[in-house]
Design a protein around this ligand. Structure first.
Ligand SMILES: *Cc1c(COP(=O)(O)O)cnc(C)c1O
Length: 424
């Protein structure tokens, strides 16, 4: 390792202390947030290197600063690995994160005022798919599709009707709280019928796609965007993958359209994560994530929890907790005290407000990175049930006692499953 933990401690003990505290928190809690993960020690190391010292606006061989002998190679390796892993003609690994990556797609393919289409945020879509509070909803005429009330799945009839009526320039598929397989061929057919560019935003499921645990959008979507830090298990960053046809426009949109210099230390971390994701072990990991989510879903359902769409095909599940006499936010806070880190979330057609919605989102990618399997998922479901039961009594003593007990059991479990990148 080139970094020296002593340096931080002696230069800035305050921040060193806080980093240590966060390390301990990550080690001692169960990370059930569907968008988070633990990177490997190798990714962590690559991300914290002197590459952060270098400016490299432009692309390999066409930079605006000298001294790119090494950076050009690193970015080229990352691009080649991305193209090989996902099987696309083109990859841009410079977007700072998922939101700017999506913005680059708009810049590359649409004009302000154009009609764009995406899944509604409260149905599981993402802000950057044209939701009103996002720049994308301000600068474009955004229209949204929903999930069906009866089965919680994307209503492809509605998608087609809306697309035929509104003739969008862009159609986004993918989202942040979709527990089911995304039907890329069906979206592609609709996009083709109306002459729209289809964008598959696979931020959440990129690792599953890479590992063969979710169908790939390649060959169906014109452009694919993804974060690198969710199921893909890389550093915080993003990529845009596309066929040759969109390559130039995408690159121009990222730089100079939206960004300045790429974060080269992140690019190195992405390259390492992509190499890891190309291994048979990662494919096994991706499949285990899904098996774990299904085990968690089964046990929660057996305990009477109501799951949006009735289950999961991927790494996440969405549950409506109101039938248990509790709501999302106080439950998420109680679980956090018990060592289970989750997020409160709206469920489709939620009658409650986003600030204290009916639901909660759970994901299994991070726990699977710690080597946990179905048996641990059943324990997690039991602990959630226990905290929910105590919370529903509205007696603070009962809740405190349940939280203490669960916290103790969680500590015992986390002690047995080291965190990649932490417990060396
Ligand atoms: C997480 C996510 C993003 C945004 O990523 P950030 O890195 O948080 O900007 C975009 N789209 C989808 C579907 C996501 O889940």
């Amino acid at each position: 390792m080139t970094t020296n933990p002593e340096a931080l401690r002696s230069t800035d003990p305050q921040i060193a202390e806080l980093v240590n505290a966060e390390e301990a928190r990550q080690r001692d809690t169960l990370k059930l947030i569907a968008s988070e993960n633990y990177v490997s020690a190798a990714v962590l190391e690559a991300s914290g290197t002197v590459l952060t010292n270098k400016y490299s606006e432009g692309y390999a061989g066409r930079r605006y600063y000298e001294g790119q002998q090494v950076i050009d190679q690193i970015e080229t390796v990352a691009i080649d690995r991305a193209k090989a892993l996902f099987g696309t003609d083109h990859a841009n690994v410079q977007p700072y994160s998922g939101s700017p990556a999506n913005l680059a797609v708009y810049l590359a393919t649409a004009k302000p005022g154009d009609t764009v289409m995406g899944m509604a945020l409260p149905m599981g879509g993402h802000l950057t798919h044209g939701w009103s509070v996002s720049a994308t909803g301000t600068w474009f005429n955004a229209v949204h599709y929903n999930v069906r009330r009866d089965n919680g799945r994307i209503d492809m009839d509605e998608v087609r009707e809306l697309a035929l009526r509104e003739r969008p320039t862009l159609i986004f598929c993918g989202g942040t709280a979709i527990p089911r397989t995304i039907d890329f061929p069906a979206f592609a057919e609709i996009a083709q019928e109306v002459g729209a560019v289809l964008v598959a935003d696979i931020a959440h499921i990129a690792g599953l796609v890479a590992g063969g645990a979710h169908p790939s959008p390649v060959g169906y979507a014109d452009i694919i965007t993804t974060t690198t830090h969710k199921t893909l298990r890389g550093p915080r960053g993003a990529m845009i993958l596309a066929s040759e046809q969109y390559a130039k426009a995408i690159d121009k949109a990222v730089f100079p359209g939206l960004q300045g210099g790429p974060h080269n230390h992140t690019t190195a971390g992405i390259a390492v994560a992509l190499a890891e994701a190309a291994t048979p072990e990662f494919s096994e990991y991706a499949h285990q994530i899904v098996r774990n989510a299904q085990a968690l879903a089964d046990e929660l359902q057996a305990r009477g929890f109501e799951l949006s769409s009735g289950g999961t095909d991927n790494h996440l599940l969405l549950m409506d907790v109101t039938s248990k006499g509790v709501t999302g936010k106080p439950l998420a806070k109680a679980l956090d005290r018990a060592g289970l880190e989750t997020n409160y979330n709206t469920v489709p057609y939620d009658p409650r407000k986003p600030f204290d919605p009916s639901g909660m989102r759970l994901g299994t990618a991070a726990l699977t990175s710690r080597g946990m399997t179905e048996a641990q998922m059943r324990e997690v479901a039991r602990w959630i049930d226990q905290v929910v039961g105590a919370l529903a009594t509205e007696e603070s003593d009962t809740l405190d006692k349940a939280i203490d007990q669960v916290r103790g059991e969680v500590n015992e479990l986390t002690g047995r499953f080291p965190v990649p990148g932490l417990d060396r």
